[in-house]
Design a protein around this ligand. Structure first.
Ligand code: ATP
Ligand code: MG
Length: 361
């Protein structure tokens, strides 16, 4: 994957989070860590999917607004630099909703419904058959979120790869149907062959799917099994303490593939120490779960320490105000990039009846 496009400009990244709560360690290892590492090489767009938050929480507008602001604070705390990257507030980028319509025409209904992540989200969130029409629509909307910014790379957790696949399919289809690209073209050659959209690639983080402190489901902000980036050492220790391993005695051989050891490998960044712990634990060498849990908690706390410091200028109501100001400035930048793509897409579709400009006050 090149960090430059064919015309020499910086390749782009787009990814984002839904404001359905605060960010947690799963976000860090699955996506945020990559965002921070790549923000210098790539032109980055980070999206707050606040429209999509309404697919499951239409009755909670206050909470959605609150977590929109909190997530921006989380991003900055993680080391995402607002001077280098552009924040995209989904509801203020009208091009997203517009492109969603056009892309919806290129995606078969059954294809959308076959998405395994959509199915497992319905299960995990207990939505059964009782979900809104908007819920599966978000899968189409996500294709528009991504393609409107024409990124090469989309850093995500493993669960989101199934959402990127329809996006890649629809990008190929659009390029073939409206830009005359041959269907045998290799993915990386679509733009040089005259296509509008690069075929974006998902980039999964260091840990593809961090398990939650319930030891069962993916760590998720809506499943009450998360260690948040804002948690104190006391909270981290308590949550780690509750992690179920199924082991009863410390002289009993432990399974190093249990949830606790997923945390050991994810957060103790010292290969020798990991090996030592794995050996002792698998032999039942007088090493209790409690000890390992505290050690992991200490490492997590060390990871979060600089984040706490970066968060200080954004605390409280004054911090909220700063975030809203940032969002305003970034919305203009984001709309400039989005409107450019949308115009080109409409031109390809013979819908270029005039140029418009958006005013955001
Ligand atoms: P929700 O419960 O509302 O779906 P979530 O915790 O799954 O929230 P999202 O906003 O859906 O969070 O995900 C944002 C990004 O973080 C996605 O790229 C997703 O794949 C990644 N991610 C979320 N949870 C994890 C996890 N436990 N491990 C690895 N990556 C994760
Ligand atoms: Mg999710």
């Amino acid at each position: 994957m090149s960090e430059k496009t064919a015309n020499g400009s910086r390749a782009r990244i787009l990814t984002g989070d839904t404001p359905t709560g605060q960010l947690h360690l799963g976000h860090w290892v699955g996506s945020l860590e990559n965002r921070v590492a790549l923000q210098d090489q790539y032109e980055c767009f980070f999206l707050i999917a606040n429209m999509h938050a309404f697919t499951t929480r239409a009755d909670k507008p206050d909470e959605i607004r609150r977590s929109t602001i909190d997530i921006i604070k989380d991003w900055i705390a993680c080391g995402i630099d607002p001077e280098k990257s552009t924040f995209v507030l989904q509801t203020e980028i009208p091009g997203i909703a517009e492109l969603s319509w056009y892309l919806a025409m290129l995606l078969p209904f059954n294809r959308v419904m076959r998405n395994p992540t959509l199915k497992s989200e319905l299960d995990a969130k207990g939505l059964g058959d009782n979900y809104s029409f908007g819920f599966p629509m978000y899968s189409v909307g996500q294709c528009a979120d991504i393609l409107l910014f024409r990124p090469e790379l989309v850093p995500v957790g493993e669960d989101q790869l199934a959402h990127i696949e329809p996006c890649r399919e629809v990008a190929r289809r659009f390029n073939q149907m409206y830009c005359g690209v041959d269907s045998h073209t290799e993915d990386e050659d679509y733009v040089s062959a005259g296509g509008l959209f690069p075929i974006p690639e998902g980039k999964v983080g260091r840990v593809a799917r961090l398990i939650g402190t319930d030891g069962k489901h993916k760590m998720s902000k809506s499943l009450n099994n998360a260690i948040f980036l804002t948690d104190t050492f006391k909270q981290i220790k308590k949550k780690m303490g509750g992690l179920y391993t199924g082991r009863v005695a410390m002289d009993e051989p432990g399974d190093i593939h249990n949830a606790l050891f997923d945390y050991v490998r994810a957060f103790i960044r010292d290969d020798e120490r990991i090996k030592e712990l794995e050996e002792a634990y698998s032999k039942g060498d007088n090493i209790g779960d409690g000890h390992v849990k505290v050690e992991v908690a200490e490492h997590i706390d060390k990871l979060l320490e600089p984040m706490r410091e970066r968060r200080v200028p954004y605390e409280g109501k004054e911090g909220d105000k700063k975030v809203l100001e940032l969002l305003r400035a970034h919305t203009e930048q984001a709309n400039n990039a989005a409107e450019e793509t949308l115009y080109l897409a409409k031109q390809a579709m013979k819908l270029d009846f005039g140029k418009r400009s958006l005013v955001f006050a």
